[in-house]
Design a protein around this ligand. Sequence first.
Ligand code: 5GP
Length: 176
Amino acid sequence: MVGEGQNIEVLISAEALAERIAEMGAELTRDYAGKDLAIVAVLKGSFVFLADLVRAIDTDCTVDFLATSSYGNETESTGIVRLALDLTASIEGRDVLLVEDIVDTGLTMKYLLENLSTRHPASLRVCTLLHKPSRTQVEVPIDYKGFTIDDRFVIGFGLDFSQKLRNLPYIGHKVG
Ligand code: 5GP
């Protein structure tokens, strides 16, 4: 069983996630109706959120991926971000929605916003499942936010612990 023998506290249940993501999808459907929506998801952490979110968006869109890596250990980023995988298609003139799992210090998002804006999208907005405002090092605009959480290292629903536990169906926290 996933997470067996590990003491994991549920912070956001699968039901609460489904409910909130349905609301976010409805809001995005309203905001992007008739627009040229290009969803750009940040691997790997966003893949579970993305899969649920796109199915809650009832308007045409494309989906592309990029990945970042930041130097540092498992839980602390150094703030030096680089692109590990780039988009496969141009976003010029398109309405880009950047989808992230979590905005923590904001350094990754700041880097991505700067990088993507040089490619001249028609618009560029941020959608994140989680936000840890207590950890902010740089302010970044967040247009769509699932949940605000406390300063705890969270796992599950795409978020990893040493690359594992991404398949937990809820957002949790390891206790002890
Ligand atoms: P930031 O650049 O905002 O500090 O961090 C962005 C990335 O750090 C996230 O996309 C995520 O991959 C990772 N991260 C930040 N906080 C957490 C957390 O609580 N749990 C996990 N699993 N990853 C996190």
